[in-house]
Write a protein that binds this ligand. Structure first.
Ligand code: SIN
Length: 282
C-alpha cells in the first residue's frame, strides 16, 4: 500500500491490523475539504470511526457525499422522512408505529452484494445507543485472504458467487414484493480487488447467496459457509462498541459485518445509515 497521504488529521489505529479512528474533528463544521481528507484516509483502512459527533440528517448527507454518491434503499418503509438515502435503524415507535428497522444487518454480510454494482461503503451515525448489546462486528477480508496458503488461494481464484436479493428477503421471512423483480440475481468474483490500490479480499458471504457458479449445492453453499467461518474468526474481527455520537464507516469491498442483538424491551437504539453507490467488482 502507498504511504499515508500528508494530512493534518489525527489518525490512530483501531487494531494492530485494520481500521482507524480520526480524532479532534467536528464533522458538522469542518467543511468539504476535511471531509474529503477523511474519505482519503478511509479508503486505505477498511473501517473508520469518528466519535463525539452531533450531526443533523443533512450534515450526515453532506459528509456521506465525500465517500461517493449516496444511494436510496430497495425497501422504503424505514427511510428518514424527506431523505430516502437515510435508512433508520431503530426499535423506537412514534404514534404507535415503528420508525425504523430493528433487524437491519443481522448476520455476516457485505452491503448490496446482490446489486450489479454493490454499495462501496456504509456509514452509521448513532443517536441513541443501548448500554449493552448492539455492537457492530467487522471482519477484515484482506487479512483473511493474505493468510491463506498459496495453494488454497490458487483453488479459490477465479471462482464466482451468485448473489441474490430475493435470497435475503426469504432469509428474513419478508413477503414477496413486486419491486424485488427489479433486482435480479448477479454473479460476482469471490476474490475482489480494491479499486483504490488493488489489494485482494476474500469477498464471501452467506444469506445473500445462492451458491458458487459451476458447483452443485450443497457443496457450493457449504464452501461459502466454511469460508465465512474462516474470515470471521476473532483474529480478523473488530468489535465496535457504540457510544452516542459515533460515526462508523466500513468499506464493503474488503470487509464483512454484522449487527448484534440487544434487549429491545429495556433499551432503545436509533441509528441513521447512509450507503454509497459502488462499481462492478473485479
Ligand atoms: C447494517 O448492517 O446495515 C447495520 C448494522 C448495525 O446496525 O450494527
Amino acid at each position: 500500500m502507498d504511504a499515508e497521504p500528508a494530512t493534518t488529521l489525527d489518525v490512530r489505529p483501531l487494531t494492530d491490523r485494520f481500521g482507524v479512528e480520526v480524532r479532534g474533528i467536528d464533522l458538522a463544521t469542518c467543511g468539504p475539504e476535511m471531509h474529503r481528507a477523511v474519505a482519503d484516509v478511509f479508503h486505505r483502512h477498511g473501517i473508520l470511526v469518528v466519535r463525539d459527533q452531533n450531526l443533523t440528517p443533512e450534515q450526515q448527507m453532506e459528509f456521506s457525499r465525500a465517500f461517493g454518491t449516496p444511494a436510496t434503499n430497495q425497501r422504503l418503509e424505514y427511510t428518514y422522512p424527506g431523505i430516502p438515502e437515510i435508512y433508520v435503524i431503530s426499535n423506537k415507535t412514534k404514534d404507535g408505529k415503528k420508525i425504523g428497522d430493528v433487524d437491519a444487518g443481522q448476520g455476516w454480510h457485505t452491503d448490496g452484494s446482490y446489486l450489479a454494482e454493490p454499495t462501496s461503503c456504509t456509514m452509521l451515525y448513532a443517536i441513541e445507543v443501548p448500554p449493552e448489546g448492539s455492537d457492530t462486528l467487522m471482519a477484515d477480508l484482506v487479512a483473511a485472504w493474505n493468510e491463506l496458503p498459496p495453494e488454497r488461494q490458487a483453488q479459490l481464484e477465479g471462482l464466482q458467487i451468485q448473489h441474490s436479493w430475493k435470497a435475503l428477503m426469504e432469509l428474513r421471512g419478508l413477503p414477496v414484493d413486486p419491486r424485488d423483480d427489479t433486482v435480479p440475481d448477479v454473479i460476482h468474483p469471490m476474490i475482489r480487488s480494491h479499486p483504490k490500490d488493488g489489494r485482494k479480499a476474500l469477498w464471501v458471504s452467506t444469506g445473500t447467496t445462492r451458491g458458487i457458479v459451476g458447483m452443485p449445492n450443497p457443496e457450493g453453499l457449504n464452501l461459502l459457509e466454511e469460508l465465512v467461518a474462516f474470515v470471521t474468526q476473532d483474529r480478523f474481527v473488530f468489535r465496535h462498541k457504540w457510544q452516542v455520537g459515533d460515526v462508523l464507516i466500513w468499506d464493503n469491498r474488503c470487509t464483512l459485518h454484522t449487527g448484534t442483538k440487544f434487549d429491545t424491551t429495556k433499551y432503545t437504539r436509533l441509528v441513521h445509515r447512509t450507503w454509497m453507490k459502488g462499481d462492478r467488482p473485479v
